[in-house]
Design a protein around this ligand. Structure first.
Ligand code: SF4
Ligand code: SF4
Length: 485
């Protein structure tokens, strides 16, 4: 090992973090996690300073130094100065990639009028007002959608069908007939369908709850927290808050629907970022098993949108709640903060995403007239249409979309260590913020990197102190981790 050889080396792309007294590297190109021992740490420090490794010979046997250096080069934590990493050619997913999840927008009508709603609020992109799209999906279009889903699901044995709105339960007859039809058609072709829906809970009558429980329909409730939080934005058309209406209905749902875990999905706004208070209310007082949070999607000038200082506050709150998650995980106790769990699973599986989510690929949204779009949030938008349930997916349009939205085209993200998990972020958020779905969501990079760092540390703590906890992620499927919102 010569001075020339080692000073010709340089550090490559990684994010360094410490957990449970151990130093780790998160290697951006491969999304692998590498635990550093003393020798590896010392080598990195020397290479980082631009110094030679000779003096390390006083602390470590030469064989160990050489072996560790070779390993650091192999995992691409260290490379030869002036010799760029070999670029892996960009690969698009195979044609006819199977459809895993179809989100059916059975209505674009809603009995609430949430100020921040992307479907009806100031940032809506879908034309639902001047009559181009039917307000309710017909039973026939829903049946055609099921046929489309089964056709497009390829070799997958299970197809996931999620009902969405507007307020989903405003089209209960179609929801019911579609479940029956999907079951029957799936059985005919040797498949199964997993059903779920998202609802604002206002229309959860006892007979509806009974139906959902009997049919094992997974339910996600859109709710923002205790009364004072919920009633700020989640209001009826006359401005009245919805908390008093939904709280008893949710209690009834949780009491009677035991066949699937019921989750809550919270939209955070700049008006209330007290994540811990909201979480405690929804889990301890209401009884949800899992709660997921997402910042509101809005143009930057809305008074409820979250900006820099708000992201800092939100991150501090997330971190504090993530500490509770960690304490529970170390004792193999359940904790319902699903944002942590979902990210831990991605870290554990070494996920490195060419795309931020499955939109336009394994996940598609269908509008009330049967148009197929990138996802439920774009359903009904002509400029994000991929085909129709009758004519199928226009493969040329889909390939064009996949080309344009690939992480390799997001030059702003090319040096970011968080890109394996972020990949530029939600297309709909980008469309709302920048008017272009392919734009990386640069307004929240600090938040994404801060949160990814937190989850990496939690992962490291668990990996060292209670590794058995992570085994559950070997089995969970991608679908189980996703929440449509
Ligand atoms: S959007 Fe920001 S955080 Fe996400 S990958 Fe790109 S640069 Fe990184
Ligand atoms: S992350 Fe955004 S683009 Fe992707 S499925 Fe969700 S809403 Fe659609």
């Amino acid at each position: 090992m010569t001075a020339t050889a080692t000073t010709a080396l340089e550090l490559r792309e990684f994010h360094r973090f410490t957990a449970a007294g151990t130093e780790f590297l998160y290697l951006a190109p491969s999304a692998a996690i590498f635990a550093l021992d003393e020798c590896a740490s010392a080598i990195l420090a020397r290479v980082g300073d631009g110094g030679g490794l000779e003096e390390l010979g006083a602390h470590f046997p030469v064989a160990e130094l050489e072996e560790t250096l070779a390993e650091l080069i192999r995992v691409r934590a260290i490379g030869v100065r002036g010799v760029p990493e070999e670029k892996v050619a960009r690969q698009l997913p195979p044609e006819n990639f199977p459809l895993t999840t179809m989100v059916l927008n059975v209505t674009n009508q809603c009995n609430l009028s949430c100020t921040y709603c992307y479907e009806y609020g100031e940032d809506k992109i879908v034309d639902t007002e001047n009559g181009r799209k039917p307000k309710f999906m017909s039973a026939e279009t829903a049946r055609e959608s099921v046929d489309f889903m089964l056709r497009e699901s390829g070799e997958n044995r299970v197809a996931h069908l999620t009902f969405f709105g507007g307020e989903t339960l405003m089209n209960l007859p179609v929801l019911k007939s579609t479940i029956e039809y999907a079951r029957q058609r799936a059985a005919e072709v040797g498949k199964e369908v997993d059903f779920s829906l998202t609802t604002n809970a206002t229309l959860l009558r006892p007979d509806v709850i009974e139906f959902l429980a009997e049919n094992r329909v997974g339910v996600t409730i859109s709710i923002d927290g205790p009364k004072e939080v919920q009633d700020q934005f989640r209001v009826f058309h006359n401005g009245a808050g919805s908390y008093e209406i939904v709280a008893p209905k949710i209690a009834e749902l949780l009491r009677r629907h035991r066949t699937r875990p019921i989750g809550a999905r919270v939209t955070l706004t700049s008006h209330d970022l007290d994540v811990r208070k909201i979480f405690q209310h929804l889990t301890e007082e209401i009884g949800f098993r899992e709660v997921g949070f997402a910042p509101v999607t809005s143009a930057p000038n809305r008074q409820y949108s979250i900006a820099d200082e708000g992201f800092d506050r939100m991150l501090a709150q997330f971190r504090s709640l993530a500490e509770d998650f960690l304490a529970a995980a170390l004792e193999n106790r359940h904790h319902g903060f699903s944002n942590v769990k979902d990210t831990l699973e991605e870290i554990h599986k070494g996920v490195s995403k060419p795309y931020p989510c499955g939109a336009g690929l394994g996940l598609m949204g269908v509008s009330t007239d049967g148009d197929v779009a990138l996802c439920h949030r774009f359903a009904g938008s002509d400029s994000h249409k991929l085909g129709t349930v009758r004519s199928g997916i226009d493969r040329l349009v889909q390939i064009g979309f996949l080309e344009k939205h690939h992480i390799d085209h997001k030059t702003d993200c090319s040096q970011c260590w968080a890109r394996p998990l972020c990949a530029g972020g939600c297309y709909h958020e980008a469309h709302t913020h920048y008017g272009e779905s392919a734009h990386p969501n640069l307004h929240y990079c600090e938040w994404i990197r801060g949160w990814t760092d937190t989850c990496l540390k939690i992962y490291g703590e668990i990996a060292v102190r209670n590794p058995g906890y992570l085994e559950q992620f070997d089995e969970r499927t991608e679908h189980e981790t996703s929440q449509v919102n």
